[in-house]
Write a protein that binds this ligand. Structure first.
Ligand code: PRX
Length: 649
């Protein structure tokens, strides 16, 4: 979906009415769904888990994960909020995702089916994926990558992205995947922060029949952030690229050398050793590197996927996210492999070449469980029912959504048109920081359109007031999590103080994790997520920080100051509005608007391009100099400005 679509303001009041109606619309699970559920007695299991969450996670850690050496303790909370899980346990996620399966009947089972945008098909059995990962792990080792080093991965949606992640994990390196839709400065900042000496990238990526010049972008980023010594380039598009002698190597050439041997020991990792960094936006400043570790993360993602999406060994699972975001890390790459299921990955856009591409893929590969974002559903809904109705979607058993609140209208369409009123919709609320699903139904939980339903087993989430007292039913408040869980982020890379400040200081006295979201609970205890309370904007489900876009704008020679806000949009959830103060003497013409949009596209990426840019002479600020984005938003939406007593003038 083009970042330049003209925004339509979704009246918030309308949404409110829609949600109040949806609250009373309950979809209980069918007998058939309950009968085949992995955990048919989930409500009882959940109750038990909430009484003794340590025992619950202990059992799951033994059920889903192999340990080279057992852990001594499930949870160490002596240094909260720096919690440790499965203390002393030794493991490796690559062992659980691959090594162990090749010694079972799954050896020849498909681990991954991939289709390129051009229709190209590639398949990987567990055995073949294991071989490829070992070979690339040896390539990384030959480039001097050791346990604890960081490897930045910046690629399109190709199987090699998963191979690079798994290979890093196998040798104990910490991967930092940067979404392929990010651009020069965004990539440079992330490389710099992670101090990666190795970058894995592609020549280009296919999107809507055109190529995105990933290697060119990477070259520019490396000029700005010269820590990288080695670049490994996977050839996807075959376009002309610059290869710098002594720094840049072709993936396929390296994989043909004797160094790429398929004999490679898996590194033994401590449960609390770092597994990966994933950059995400938060309140103010540069994106922060959320750190996940080797033990608890595995236990958490395997459990949540198995329970919520009810996966069986014979299933074909399609998580249509990008591997470059947490959804892809947890639920395209790692959890499905840990569970030994067959995953599907598609390279391109959902509506290319026609709006039936996804439905065609579901039919062609007989996908059983499908997981996507509300924005994609709304986008495809616009094209009408005839497109999905041309396809046999009867293989589908369950559907899922993630990334932003799903409006009841889109939910109902998804349920009726795609799921034919047979497939429960698993609306999963979670975050980069939580590692996996936090508030989600399982197939046996009654559903309400637009609600992520209830906290997962062992998760103590709540909606509270500023002083920590619980909100009344239907009262808006802060969404918090009151006890730790194994998949939680452990810190912000290189900045533990920021970790504490960002997540653990709002409700410091209580020791609760603050999510940054507002929500309400209805009288049945169902959660309704409202949205972000901080300077994070969700555009088409992508998480963007105001600070990163503002600094891109002010890096343009004509801009003195900038402020950006999110404005509700029917299709994308939100779009970006930017306000710029120009330098003296610069003329405010439309040409400059276009130029600034191009500039943001080049610096941050297409998803960050503002839908509108307004030139102003001043910005509303508090006396301490903080921009009052709330006032800008009220102005754009034509709402009352509310309390303006802190405004400087
Ligand atoms: O605001 C919530 C929204 O996405 C934020 C987390 O974004 P990110 O870290 O990029 O992770 C997205 C994928 C897990 C949350 O703070 N969000 C995520 N899922 C939902 C949601 N809002 C409403 N309903 C959801 N199901």
């Amino acid at each position: 979906m083009s970042a330049e679509l003209e925004p339509t303001v979704h009246p918030e009041a309308e949404r409110e009415v829609e949600i109040l109606a949806a609250e009373k619309e309950v979809y209980p699970p069918s007998e058939e769904v309950v009968a085949r559920a992995n955990v048919p007695n989930y409500m009882e299991v959940r109750e038990e888990a909430n009484k003794d969450f340590i025992a619950f996670w202990d059992a799951r850690a033994k059920e889903f994960i192999d340990w080279y050496e057992p852990y001594e303790k499930v949870l160490d909370d002596s240094n909260a909020p720096f919690f440790k899980w499965f203390v002393g346990g030794k493991t490796n996620i690559a062992h659980n995702a691959l090594d162990r399966h090749v010694h079972t009947w799954r050896r020849n089972k498909l681990a991954l089916i991939w289709e390129g945008e051009n229709g190209e098909l590639r398949t990987f059995s567990y055995f073949r994926l294991w071989q490829e990962v070992k070979r690339f792990a040896n390539v990384l080792r030959s480039m001097g990558v050791k346990k604890g080093d960081t490897v930045t991965i910046y690629m399109g949606r190709v199987p090699e992205l998963a191979i690079a992640m798994l290979a890093s994990a196998k040798i104990g390196a910490i991967h930092s995947v940067v979404y392929g839709g990010f651009s020069e400065q965004a990539l440079a900042d992330r490389i710099e922060d992670a101090q990666s000496r190795v970058l894995v990238t592609c020549d280009g990526a296919w999107l809507r029949g055109k190529t995105v010049n990933l290697k060119d972008i990477a070259d520019e980023a490396l000029k700005r952030s010269p820590v990288v010594e080695t670049v490994i380039v996977y050839q996807r598009t075959g376009q002309e690229v610059n290869m710098e002698q002594g720094r840049d190597y072709w993936w396929h050439e390296l994989m043909n050398l004797p160094i790429a041997s398929p004999r490679c020991e898996t590194e033994v990792m401590d449960a609390e050793d770092p597994l990966f960094i994933l950059y995400t936006s938060g309140t103010t400043g540069k994106p922060k590197g959320v750190l996940h570790t080797c033990g608890g993360y595995q236990v958490y993602i395997a459990t949540t996927l198995k329970y919520a999406f009810d996966l069986k060994d014979e299933d074909r699972w399609w998580c249509a996210a990008d591997p470059g975001w947490i959804t892809g890390h947890s639920y395209i790459v790692y959890a499905p492999l840990i569970l030994g299921v067959t995953g599907f990955m598609y390279e391109g856009a959902p509506n290319y070449p026609y709006p039936n591409r996804w439905w065609q893929l579901i039919e062609k590969y007989a996908i059983n469980v499908f997981y996507t974002a509300p924005t994609a559903i709304r986008g495809l809904m616009r094209f009408g029912e005839a497109w999905p109705n041309r396809h046999d979607l009867s293989s589908l058993r369950l559907l899922g959504t993630v990334g932003e609140p799903i409006n009841p209208e889109a939910w109902r369409w998804y349920y009726r048109v795609i799921g034919k009123e047979r497939c429960p919709i698993i609306d999963t609320w979670w975050q980069t920081e939580t590692g996996g699903f936090m508030i989600t139904p399982t197939p046996v939980v009654p559903l309400k359109p637009g609600s992520a339903t209830i906290p997962f087993a062992g998760i103590d989430a709540d909606v509270v007031r500023e002083d920590g007292t619980p909100c009344d039913p239907n009262e808006d408040g802060y969404l918090v999590v009151k006890r730790p869980w194994p998949g939680m982020a452990r810190t912000v890379w290189g900045d533990p103080d920021r970790y504490v400040a960002q997540y653990w200081s709002e409700f410091k006295a209580q020791g609760w994790y603050f999510t940054g979201d507002s929500a309400r609970k209805d009288s049945d205890g169902y959660f309704w997520i409202i949205g972000r309370m901080d300077d994070v904007i969700k555009v088409s489900g992508y998480r963007l920080g105001t600070a990163e876009i503002e600094s891109a704008l002010v890096s343009h020679k004509d801009v003195a100051e900038a402020a950006v806000i999110g404005v509700p949009d029917e299709l994308k959830g939100n779009v970006i509005y930017a306000f710029c103060i120009l330098n003296a003497g610069v003329s405010k013409d439309d040409g400059l608007v276009d130029e600034l949009k191009q500039h943001v596209r080049r610096e941050v990426g297409p998803i960050a391009v503002p839908a509108a840019i307004e030139f102003v002479d001043s910005l509303p600020k508090t006396r301490s100099g903080k921009i009052m984005r709330r006032l800008l938003k009220a102005q754009v939406l034509g709402q009352d400005a509310g309390d303006t007593s802190t405004l400087a003038d």
